[in-house]
Structure formats: structure tokens, C-alpha cells
Design a protein around this ligand. Structure first.
Ligand code: CU
Length: 235
């Protein structure tokens, strides 16, 4: 973070931050290291609204960040997209309950009042995959499919790291209104070359449930930023 000598600049910057990057209470997410490319975690979402969403997480050659492959297929065309998807804090609940997965993985307490700025991914919630890398496109609706892959430098395969994605986390797919349309646990699929069956991936067929509480600052936040900025310039 840079510091500015003039109050006007600080206020303008603060105003700008309302609609762009927002650093977490515990700071920005650090780049992770030591993620083995032999370790594989995966999640298979299957629900009444999502034919399949398969996500695969492995380490990288240099150990920096986590390589994500994600394919979404056959999302019920009645569900409005594009489709956000995230790593959520908890496992899928009994009865394939997506609400039980809680909120997004957010170890740096950044919150989601301010939308993720993909230009500054270190400031985003660690679990906000679609915020950082783009929502699943409408190509995934109906008979279609949509796949993507990317390295997310802030995810970790190390169970002692707060950005660890394994074992007690899950993936939730939403429609554009944030309704949860499918979810699955993230499970260990391979470690050090020996493959494990992934049949224990939990899926869901439950009806959509609104996420709730996921409001964002809109026009009022922008207006506040402008007012702060203008006010400071008058000082
Ligand atoms: Cu989510």
C-alpha cells in the first residue's frame, strides 16, 4: 500500500477503494509456496440444477499457487448465469445441504461487501474463485459446457496454511442471483503419485437456497466515496 501526503489523495483513494480493491482486516493474501504437483484435490458437483461441475486442484511445478481446472456442464437453463462459484468454509451438510457450507473461505477477513477486483486478486477473498478468475459462462447452460484453468497464487495445499482448500472445505456453484444451485466437498484425490478413489465426493440435489447476507455496496458506496473525495479536496 502506498502512502500519499495530501489528504485529498488519501480520501480519493479511499473513495476508489469502495468500488475496487479492499484489503482484508488481516491484510492481503500472501502468495503460497510448496504446493506439490503430485497432490490432487477435487470436487464433483451434481445436483438437480447442475449436471456436473468438476473442479480439480493440484500444486505447480515451482510450488507457487494451485493449478485449478474447472468444467461446468448442463446447468439448468432456467438458472440465470453467468455462474459464480467459490470455495466455502465448511462441508456440505447432511441431506446434501449447501447452506451448511457457510460463507466463502476468507482467512484474511476481507468480507464481500466490496466486490473482488480481479486486477488485485491478493485483495479478494481467497475462496472467491469466480471473482478472481471469472464466472462460469452461459456456455455451461442447457446442453453446453464451459471449462477453464488457471493458477491461483493464493490457494494452499498445506493443511497448516489458513488458505488450505482441502478436506473440510467445499465448492458451491451459484446462479447470478447468488442462489446456491449445487455444492460438493473438496476431497483428496491423489498424494505423492498414489491415487485415491474420489467416490466420497459429496454432491447435492437440493432445491436452490439463497445465500443471504451477501449484499454489496452499490451506488451508495460510490456516492460516499465521491463525497469523501470532494470533501477532502475542500480542506
Ligand atoms: Cu459461494
Amino acid at each position: 500500500m502506498h502512502f500519499f501526503k495530501s489528504a485529498a489523495s488519501i480520501a480519493l483513494l479511499a473513495g476508489a477503494c469502495v468500488v475496487s480493491a479492499e484489503t482484508g482486516e488481516k491484510g492481503d493474501a500472501p502468495v503460497t509456496n510448496g504446493n506439490s504437483d503430485k497432490v490432487v484435490y477435487e470436487a464433483h458437483v451434481m445436483s438437480s440444477n447442475v449436471k456436473t461441475a468438476h473442479l480439480n486442484f493440484t500444486g505447480t511445478e515451482d510450488g507457487v499457487g494451485v493449478l485449478v481446472h474447472a468444467c461446468f456442464m448442463g446447468i439448468n437453463a432456467s438458472q440465470p448465469g453467468p455462474y459464480p462459484y467459490h470455495i466455502h468454509d465448511f462441508l456440505v451438510g447432511e441431506g446434501e445441504n449447501c447452506t451448511a457450507t457457510g460463507a466463502h473461505l476468507d482467512p484474511y477477513l476481507r468480507g464481500e461487501v466490496t466486490a473482488c477486483d480481479a486486477e488485485a486478486p491478493e485483495t479478494c477473498q481467497v475462496g472467491d474463485l469466480s471473482g478472481k478468475h471469472g464466472k462460469a459462462s452461459l456456455d455451461a447452460a442447457g446442453d453446453g459446457s464451459w471449462c477453464t484453468s488457471y493458477v491461483d497464487k493464493y490457494l494452499s495445499l498445506d493443511s497448516s496454511d489458513v488458505a488450505f482448500i482441502g478436506n473440510d472445505r467445499s465448492i458451491v456453484v451459484h446462479n447470478i442471483n447468488k442462489t446456491r444451485i449445487g455444492c460438493a466437498n473438496i476431497v483428496l484425490a491423489a498424494t505423492g503419485g498414489s491415487a485415491y478413489p474420489s467416490s466420497n465426493a459429496t454432491t447435492t440435489g437440493e432445491p436452490p437456497i439463497a445465500t443471504g447476507g451477501a449484499t454489496r455496496i452499490g451506488a451508495s458506496g460510490i456516492a460516499l466515496g465521491v463525497i469523501l473525495g470532494v470533501g477532502a479536496m475542500l480542506l
